[in-house]
Design a binder for this molecule. Structure first.
Ligand SMILES: Nc1nc2c(c(=O)[nH]1)N[C@H]1C(S)=C(S)[C@@H](COP(=O)(O)O)O[C@H]1N2
Ligand SMILES: [Mo]
Length: 257
């Protein structure tokens, strides 16, 4: 693993910087009902089920097709350039409240201890699919970076701009996809950075070259097209401040299953 000394943020393409706030309208009543249910699941998983594992399945349960949802292919020129080069020049950077910033190639990530898990992905839109995911656990990567005092959230910045779909609740304001999790989920054994689905490198649709798997939460938390991990003490600086593309549009930040 390469541990660069130089400051990486200055080297990131401008396209990776998050856009400003989106104007949002929300139904306050619906939101508070959702939030109280969200908080109940969150408290339960944090107090009682801290290390509980999501169910794992066997090879015969794997879905023949793993549906593609949300972005099918990022249009971002930087991602397009990296994809054209088979992601040889792609790097995952780990920055923010860390002692050592990291810049990891796919080969670096594949050299780490790998975990393979067959899990069910549940999307809020009402479909699920079972797939076998392989990649390094996030925890050891964060330990290699070394979390600094105040670290509370792990934020995942993706390569794609998403604008929703007319057929699914209408177009949303377009912005860069991102997600975030707390440290309990970050160090959970089933939280991995997956480069493979069903023993094949991730397809474009399923999030090439790398995506998050955070198995105790709903589909939209599983950020595809990962470019950058930022360790943060607050979610305020990202997007509209609710910790993710869909949370910024009224969905729960903690989407426990
Ligand atoms: N970067 C990015 N990640 C994303 C999305 C997206 O549009 N962009 N969609 C989310 C949603 S809602 C789901 S259900 C899953 C879909 O993953 P799949 O396309 O592999 O089925 O990815 C999640 N992660
Ligand atoms: Mo989803």
């Amino acid at each position: 693993m390469k541990l660069p000394r130089r400051h990486l943020l200055g080297a990131l393409p401008a396209g990776l910087l998050l856009s400003g706030c989106d104007a949002l309208t929300r139904n306050a009543t619906a939101r508070s009902v959702i939030q109280s249910a969200e908080q109940a699941t969150y408290r339960w998983q944090r107090l009682v089920g801290r290390n509980g594992l999501a169910r794992e399945f066997s090879a015969s349960d794997i879905s023949p097709v793993f549906k593609v949802n949300g972005t099918r292919e990022p249009t971002n020129p930087e991602w397009q350039r990296l994809a054209a080069g088979n992601f040889a020049e792609w790097r995952l950077t780990v920055t923010g409240l860390v002692n050592r910033e990291l810049s990891l190639s796919l080969a670096d990530l594949q050299r780490l201890a790998q975990r393979t898990q067959i899990t069910r992905h549940d999307c809020v839109e009402g479909w699920s699919a079972i797939g076998q995911w392989t990649g390094p656990q996030l925890g050891p990567i964060l330990r290699a970076a070394g979390l600094r005092d105040g670290a509370r959230y792990i934020v995942f910045l993706c390569a794609d701009d998403y604008g929703g779909e007319v057929g699914k609740g209408g177009l949303q304001s377009t912005s860069r996809y991102y997600e975030s999790i707390d440290l309990v989920d970050a160090f959970h054994p089933q939280t991995i950075l997956a480069h493979s689905l069903n023993n094949q490198p991730l397809s474009t649709g399923n999030g090439a070259p790398l995506r998050l798997r955070v198995e105790r939460q709903l589909g939209y938390k599983h950020a595809k097209y990962l470019m950058q991990i930022v360790v943060a003490d607050s979610l305020d600086p990202f997007g509209s401040g609710h910790g993710g593309y869909w949370p910024d549009r009224g969905y729960e930040w903690y989407a426990g299953i």
